[in-house]
Design a protein around this ligand. Structure first.
Ligand SMILES: Nc1ncnc2c1ncn2[C@@H]1O[C@H](COP(=O)(O)OP(=O)(O)OP(=O)(O)O)[C@@H](O)[C@H]1O
Ligand SMILES: [Mg+2]
Length: 709
């Protein structure tokens, strides 16, 4: 980069001229405004006729040598100190100095107390000395990059696991080491070890730079942006330490320290050479040799080595350790919560790699693959179900599609994605205990859609624009796989957490799978309503029970059964049950219900019929409600749905039985059952009354129908 120093040459004294000449002789300043190579400073010729300005162009060396720049800067300053009329002075690092604007900016930055000190110095030079603004303000930028925005400590940590996998690791160990710090504060160090290829000292140096990557822009692996290791680490701790080796006992290490960089007074922050070590520092060695504070049970932790003497063997001839000491920004304070969350997420995100043999540990606990589609044959659900002796241990692939998706809106190029729809064995798994379904199989975690990019999961959760919100979505799963070529279409951000599917992708998916999703939705819904009906089978409802229990407190008692009727009761009730059986009820269940209850509500559909009918047979008061009448559609059914027992969205099980049984549907049913009782009793005693009541029923029903329609 070229730097120009402008000096009012006419104001220089002899000392100043001599200094500039030395500066030029050093080869760091190119005299004159032309672009010829360094040469003795041609003083007079460089004076502009109008403004007496002389420009000096630093040669390229400056950009890479702060020492020389500083020397040149000092010389230039001194050169101008003769008459104190330097207009622009800084030759600092990447800061170019313009010759055109002269006014000093009086604006002052309104920076917060945590702003980096060095950043303030650089800013001061820009405002007061008109230093050209560099593209990157190192001190402030690195501090801001701490807030690049990871959803969670685990998603940041995944960047390191990604790097490990990308570079050939077969074993990765994640550590949350918590110890009591001074006072009450607990210090948490986070570290990731892997046995991958490691980095050469030069690669390590590049890797520590923002944008530094060995696979920048490569769409076929996990890495792409040259940012992950740095941004992820800094999102947790102000310090990142990396140790990497490609030979036994030849470890290179580098540190990135946000606070130290914030104190640099120059904007150029150069990477120093990595330090060479023959062994890892003891604070890292103890990660391998000592138990973590969590998990608490010794048996739950599978230490990397038996003792310190085996550490060299573990490290072998290649590997990497990334350490984020004394983290100040973690999602949870407790090691337990951090570990549990990391295990849960990583077991899913890296399921394909784990299934292929990757050994991934979090605080010495081996992570088992968890497959939200339940289609893999070597993931946790298979083991759980095997232990329980369940015969169907995997979901069934019911559809597979290859869809070509545009790389971007308006593009002519496409790349293929694969979509698979799996159906869970609801018939069998719905019979498992609530605990197994919820805590062991995680069926109700809402992970209907899982999206994988180059085999690594980038999203798992509900996607309501592809599916529905209904609880049926627990019982089928959609898996979408795409390659990095479609990153723009899937909205993959540099931190690779989550997706933001472009509309044209959603439309393409809907067109391909929409109908099949509706079909499976309907199929599972149908199954669930059959199951619900079966659950209600044989049950006497709350209103039927209440009407029966209160019978003996009524002023007018219902006639008793005659001895003959009593003797024939079972046979008669069996006949009656034929018409009283509910959906999903066996004949035996229906008989048992009708035998136990003196009040019975039945639904029947008949467009030509009044809204209710009453029969009094074998000591049973039977109220038939016509589902074809507006009474049912507009009052009874909505009210019964309103009062329906709430279903736990997680477990699909009915809850809150007690409260709901007192709800308005019971009051309405009792209104009808009391009507039925009154009508039965009066009609029983008197034929005229029976006729009159029947007329009333028909006329009332028709009047109500007209009013309601
Ligand atoms: N565990 C590791 N083993 C070997 N090399 C690594 C490891 N971690 C990082 N590197 C090297 O450091 C470089 C920078 O890593 P970083 O995560 O910052 O960027 P990236 O992986 O290239 O891209 P992305 O931002 O998409 O993650 C990598 O390209 C890789 O060469
Ligand atoms: Mg990376």
């Amino acid at each position: 980069m070229s730097n120009i120093v402008d000096i009012n040459a006419s104001l220089l004294n002899g000392r100043g001229r001599a200094a500039l000449a030395r500066c030029a002789a050093l080869g760091v300043i190119e005299g004159g405004l032309d672009r010829q190579g360094p040469r003795p400073f041609p003083f007079r010729q460089s004076i502009r006729p109008s403004g007496l300005l002389v420009g000096f162009r630093c040669n390229e060396m400056l950009g890479s040598s702060p020492m020389r720049m500083r020397a040149a800067y000092g010389l230039a300053r001194r050169a101008n100190s003769g008459r104190h009329r330097t207009r622009t002075t800084s030759m600092d690092d990447q800061t170019a100095i313009t010759s055109d604007s002269i006014a000093v900016d009086t604006a002052s930055p309104n920076w917060g107390p945590d702003a980096p000190r060095g950043g303030k110095t650089v800013m001061g030079r820009i405002l007061k000395e008109k230093a050209t603004v560099p593209l990157f303000l190192a001190q402030t930028l690195i501090k801001s990059l701490r807030d690049v925005g990871y959803n969670h400590t685990t998603s940041a940590l995944c960047e390191h696991v990604d790097n490990a996998i990308e570079h050939g690791a077969t074993e990765v160990r994640v550590y949350f080491r918590q110890s009591s710090g001074s006072g009450d504060k607990k210090q948490t160090d986070v570290a990731v070890y892997d046995n991958g290829h490691g980095m050469s000292p030069t690669v390590l140096k590049v890797a520590m730079a923002f944008g530094g990557s060995m696979s920048y822009g490569n769409r076929h692996g996990i890495a792409r942006f040259g940012m992950g290791m740095k941004t992820a680490a800094l999102s947790m701790s102000p310090v990142l330490e990396v140790y990497s080796w490609q030979e036994r006992e030849a470890i290179y290490s580098m540190t990135l320290d946000v606070d130290a960089i914030g104190k640099e007074r120059a904007n150029l922050v150069e990477m120093p050479d990595p330090s060479f070590l023959t062994a890892l520092p003891s604070e890292i060695v103890t990660l391998f040799t000592k138990l973590m504070s969590y998990p608490t049970g010794r048996a739950e932790q599978d230490l990397a080595v038996d003792g310190e003497s085996s550490v060299a063997e573990l490290l072998g001839s290649h590997g990497t350790v990334v350490l984020m000491p004394d983290c100040d920004r973690l999602h949870y304070a407790k090691a337990k919560t951090l570990v549990d969350h990391a295990v849960k997420e990583m077991s899913r995100v890296y399921r394909r790699y784990i299934a292929k043999g990757l050994k991934l540990y979090v605080n010495n606990r081996l992570v088992e693959a968890f497959d939200p589609t339940y289609s893999m044959s070597n993931a946790r659900h298979v083991r759980v179900l095997e232990d329980l002796g369940v015969s169907t241990k995997q979901s069934t692939l019911i559809h597979k599609y290859d869809v070509d998706v545009l790389l971007s809106e308006g593009s002519t190029e496409t790349a293929p994605i694969t979509v698979r729809i799996y159906r869970l064995p609801i018939e069998e798994w719905a019979l498992l205990s609530r605990k197994t379904r919820r805590n062991d199989l995680h069926v109700f975690d809402g992970l209907t859609v899982s999206i994988l990019r180059n085999d690594r999961e980038v999203f798992a959760g509900p996607m309501t624009n592809l599916t529905t919100r209904h609880s049926v979505t627990n019982w089928y799963r959609i898996q979408i796989e795409f390659s990095g070529l479609l990153d723009e279409a899937f909205g993959i951000a540099a931190n690779k957490q989550g997706v933001r599917l472009k509309n044209f992708v959603i439309e393409a998916l809907k067109e391909k799978i929409g109908d099949d999703i509706s079909t499976i939705n309907d199929e599972i819904k149908r199954y669930q309503s059959q199951e619900n009906a079966a659950r209600a089978a044989g049950r006497v409802s709350t209103s039927e029970t209440k009407a029966g229990e209160t019978d003996r407190f009524q002023q007018n008692l219902m006639p008793d059964l005659s001895p003959e009727e009593e003797a024939q009761l079972d046979a008669n009730l069996r006949g009656l049950v034929v018409n009283l059986r509910r959906d999903g009820e066996t004949e035996e269940q229906a008989f048992d219900r009708v035998k136990r209850s003196r009040y019975i509500i039945v639904l029947k559909h008949d467009p030509y019929w009044p809204f209710y009918d009453v029969q009094h047979k074998f000591g049973r008061v039977i109220m038939t409600i016509n589902t074809a009448h507006p009474f049912f559609e507009k009052l009874y059914d909505p009210l019964s749905k309103m009062s329906a027992l709430p279903v736990d969205a997680d477990t699909e099980e009915v809850t809150g039985l007690q409260e709901v049984n007192e709800g308005p549907i019971v009051a309405l049913e009792l209104l009808l059952l009391s009507l039925a009782r009154t009508q039965s009793r009066l009609a029983n005693a008197d034929e005229d009354a029976a006729r009159m009541l029947d007329n009333m029923r028909r006329e009332w029903s028709e009047t109500y129908r007209v009013q309601m329609n």
